[in-house]
Design a protein around this ligand. Structure first.
Ligand code: UDX
Length: 433
């Protein structure tokens, strides 16, 4: 099929490259001329394992190309995915300016039937607005369909998530749209959930909100564990084996970050408010996530007492491992709070340092974890990169000014470190600290 993806950001690029890999002819378009020029040279603006190779392979096979012209994209494809950003406005609502702009441009350049698919995460009822906008700006009477096909791609494993999805959700209003999308996804052999457009839009927000809910729930449990001397990992294991609950997304820690959960939770609270429903549960999810960072800082201060002029070594900047993404990363808030109290910061992250250099001030960026340890009064783990799990602790102990570890992701065994002479503080692990 001939497909175009408008918006060559994270979701757009992964989606475009994967559809091309499935044998379709794909145009990835973007109005950022510099970005398109880079992509044409094979330079990928994000770090995602396997993406560079996948793009190169499909460009070579002539199944994937890049364009800075929406006209070109609309003219040469029957299916148009909208994957532009929907950043948060000051009040938490999603900014849909980009979506509206693309809809107008599609309408003005359409010459025959097109299926326009929302891929970006959007508030419920955006599909209605898309239809209205396209009808308003279309030049003559041309048939078109709008559909919703939310993505469930996790950064760091997005290609695998695309190729092996748990399910595919398509929200459609016509037989034709249903057939086109079902055929497009047929090669993936995955269950397809067909709904109306509004349900599909809601499924996306409901999923992210529910997952954020799970994380905040286990983080709340970690607080109780700390109070009574229980171990949150054991509690999570005991809960997770119940099939109705499931073991995933029950890792307590510094809280969720990234480009989706914080933004989508805020947007969902706002949408509900606009619709006349006070989503109090989701407000609590957000608050627990914010409080978790204060909780960790308090633990650190309980041992260090005075933070001013102490050196804190931070391991991990990205909001989770295997990505260089630092959007809404808990590391940024933690470092800011520590700096406000006068602490000196040394940090290391395997991928995210370049991006962080543009944001963090007066931080010493190190070559490896051991350089971070040298002379630090405390080692704070913020992201659970594999390489932090296998440190040489004898070396770490020698390098630290005092053998003190705050494990914000519960990656170490408290008793093991205790035996090696460390003061170890985890999240909800009082039972073993
Ligand atoms: C998420 C959704 O998973 C994906 O389906 C959606 O399309 C986009 O948003 P992503 O933001 O890439 O994906 O990351 P994810 O792996 O879901 O993790 C989100 C955050 O939750 C991270 O900060 C992670 O550290 C945190 N997390 C996750 C926990 O704190 N505990 C857990 O048990 C799981």
């Amino acid at each position: 099929m001939n497909i175009s993806i408008i918006g060559s950001g994270y979701v757009g690029l992964v989606t475009g490259a994967c559809f091309a890999e499935l044998g379709n002819r794909v145009i990835c378009a973007d109005n950022d001329i510099k970005k398109i020029a880079h992509l044409k040279k094979g330079i990928i603006p994000i770090y995602e394992p396997g993406l560079e190779e996948l793009v190169a392979h499909n460009v070579k096979k002539k199944r994937l190309r890049f364009s800075s012209s929406i006209k070109d994209a609309v003219k040469n494809s029957e299916i148009i995915f909208i994957a532009v950003g929907t950043p948060a406005l000051e009040n938490g609502e999603a900014d849909l300016t980009g979506i509206e702009n693309v809809a107008r441009n599609i309408a003005m350049n359409m010459t025959s039937y097109r299926l326009i698919v929302e891929k970006s995460t959007v508030p419920v009822e955006t599909g209605e607005w898309l239809k209205r906008t396209i009808s308003t700006y279309i030049k003559r009477k041309i048939e078109f369909d709008v559909a919703s096909n939310p993505e469930f791609l996790r950064e760091g494993q997005a290609i695998n998530d695309f190729m092996h999805p748990d399910r595919i959700v398509i929200g459609v209003e016509s037989k034709r749209a249903k057939e086109v999308l079902t055929n497009l996804y047929k090669p993936l052999n995955a269950p397809i959930v067909t709904t109306n457009i509004k349900s599909a839009e809601l499924i996306k927000h409901a999923c992210n909100a529910f997952l954020a809910n799970k994380i905040s729930f286990i983080n709340a449990i970690s607080r109780i564990c700390d109070k009574v001397g229980a171990d949150v990992k054991e509690v999570a294991d005991g809960m997770g084996l119940d099939k109705r609950i499931g073991a995933s997304f029950l890792n307590a820690g510094v809280g969720y970050g990234g480009s989706c959960f914080p933004k989508d939770v805020d947007a969902f609270i706002k949408i509900s408010e606009k619709l006349g429903y006070d989503f109090a549960l989701l407000k609590a999810v957000k608050n627990i996530n914010e409080e978790q960072k204060d909780f960790i800082l308090k633990k650190l201060k309980d041992i260090l007492w005075i933070v001013k002029d102490k050196t804190i070594g931070v391991l991990g900047l990205s909001f989770k491992p295997n990505t260089d993404d630092i959007r809404n990363a808990p590391s940024l808030d933690l470092i800011n709070a520590l700096q406000t109290e006068g602490a000196k910061i040394k940090v290391y992250d395997p991928q995210a340092m370049e991006k962080a250099k543009g944001i963090l001030r007066q931080v010493r960026f190190c070559q490896d974890p051991y350089e971070v340890c040298r002379g630090s009064d405390c080692l704070l783990i913020v992201t659970e990169w594999d390489e932090f799990k296998e440190l040489d602790f004898a070396k770490v102990k020698k390098l630290l000014k005092r053998p003190f570890i705050v494990d914000g992701r519960n990656i170490y065994e408290p008793q093991k470190l205790k035996k090696q002479g460390f003061t170890y503080i985890g999240i909800g692990r009082k039972g073993y600290e």
